[in-house]
Design a protein around this ligand. Structure first.
Ligand SMILES: O=C(O)c1ccc[n+]([C@@H]2O[C@H](COP(=O)([O-])O)[C@@H](O)[C@H]2O)c1
Ligand SMILES: Cc1cc2nc[nH]c2cc1C
Length: 338
């Protein structure tokens, strides 16, 4: 099991990321060029086959064992009126996930993914980032390690999502810190905030940056000061997936913001990630652009919970079935390009 003993071990892992298997990726691309279709005509499905081949180290990659994890956390900053819903909804929704009644339960049933939920000390919200760091060093390491520990042996495709009332505020703070620009340009309506709430949210992001920007010296310290437990757990889970060469379907705004500090530390970090869906949350589009990721879907969701990631699973599966099952020009006796 992957475990980071201290912040230095996390930084070292981030500095020495494994690369995809170039031979497997090349073999998959060669196969694509022999399948009975005009070259390139399966568009992004061809890229997905090559991507999966590289990370799985197999010319014929599979997505039979798909694992989804939802991390849940509570946020001190939620007391500042930055969400349309009260913080107790986080724990209530965890109970709903466990009972099978949330959107992600239905969507993972629909796509055949195994779902688990990891609540992170919901009874103890993070520090209010407008006044103090979100987490102690110990808390931040614990969240990273709970994230890393969630990746199950044998997972072929990993879906990572979250639930946490108030968490679009720390996510916006991570974006404003990492990518610059006005706080107002990174805050969105989250669960459905009104204009007055939006102004409070921008003010909270400004205050958090004024207080902590100087202390955000690396990925760990940035997550610790501006992030949250579920945000940090997603970062740990997605890093663990990279260390095991497991491809990841990235979910919405918060999941994307969680990896921004890691991508800033090592720009090749996003290589094992596919952006599944561009959320309706203001800022997600620009965040994905900055991460160099083109989303597979734009369905207007703004839910989190790994919902966007689950919706992209059938596309990945379809890409791999076409890659595996289509006949080659030779097998089907079809003439190739003139
Ligand atoms: O994934 C997204 O893009 C997304 C966009 C808006 C809201 N959410 C979800 O809504 C919650 C955060 O919204 P808020 O308004 O409480 O900050 C949290 O539980 C997220 O899962 C998620
Ligand atoms: C009900 C509810 C469900 C959610 N799922 C993810 N974020 C959420 C926020 C709310 C408010």
């Amino acid at each position: 099991m992957i475990r980071f003993s201290d912040p230095a071990a996390f930084a070292a892992a981030l500095a020495a990321l494994p690369k995809p298997n170039a031979a497997s990726r090349n073999a998959a691309e060669q196969r694509q060029s022999r399948l009975t279709k005009p070259a390139g005509s399966l568009g992004r499905l061809e890229d997905i086959a090559g991507f999966m081949a590289g990370w799985q180290g197999s010319e014929r990659p599979r997505a039979d064992r798909v694992q989804a994890v939802v991390f849940a956390g509570n946020h001190g900053v939620a007391a500042r009126g930055v969400s349309a819903y009260p913080p107790e909804v986080t724990a209530q929704m965890v109970a709903n996930f466990e009972a099978g009644g949330a959107a992600i339960n239905a969507l993972t049933r629909a796509c055949g993914a195994r779902l688990s939920v990891v609540p992170l000390h919901l009874e103890r919200p993070t520090g209010d980032i407008t006044r103090e760091p979100a987490m102690s060093v110990e808390d931040c390491l614990d969240a990273l390690n709970q994230g890393a520990a969630s990746l199950q042996e044998g997972t072929q495709l990993f879906l990572v999502g979250e639930m946490g009332i108030g968490n679009t505020t720390p996510a916006a703070a991570l974006c404003a810190h990492g990518l610059g620009g006005e706080a107002a340009a990174w805050v969105g309506r989250g669960t459905g905030l009104d204009d007055a709430g939006l102004a409070r949210k921008a003010a909270a992001v400004d205050a958090a940056l004024a207080l902590h920007a100087h202390a955000c010296t690396d990925a760990f310290e940035t997550l610790r000061h501006l992030g949250g437990r579920e945000i940090t757990a997603m970062a740990g889970a997605i890093l663990a997936a990279r260390l095991r060469r497991v491809p990841v379907l990235l979910d919405g705004f918060i999941a994307s913001a969680a990896i921004l500090p890691l991508a800033r530390a090592n720009p090749c970090f996003t290589q094992h990630c596919i952006a599944a869906h561009c959320s309706a949350e203001a800022g997600h589009e620009r965040l994905l652009q900055a991460l160099g990721l083109e989303p597979l879907l734009r369905l207007g969701l703004r839910l989190g919970e790994a919902s966007g990631a689950a919706l992209a699973v059938p596309i990945v599966r379809a890409a791999l079935v076409a890659h595996d099952e289509m006949a080659t020009f030779e097998e089907a006796a079809v003439a190739g390009r003139q």
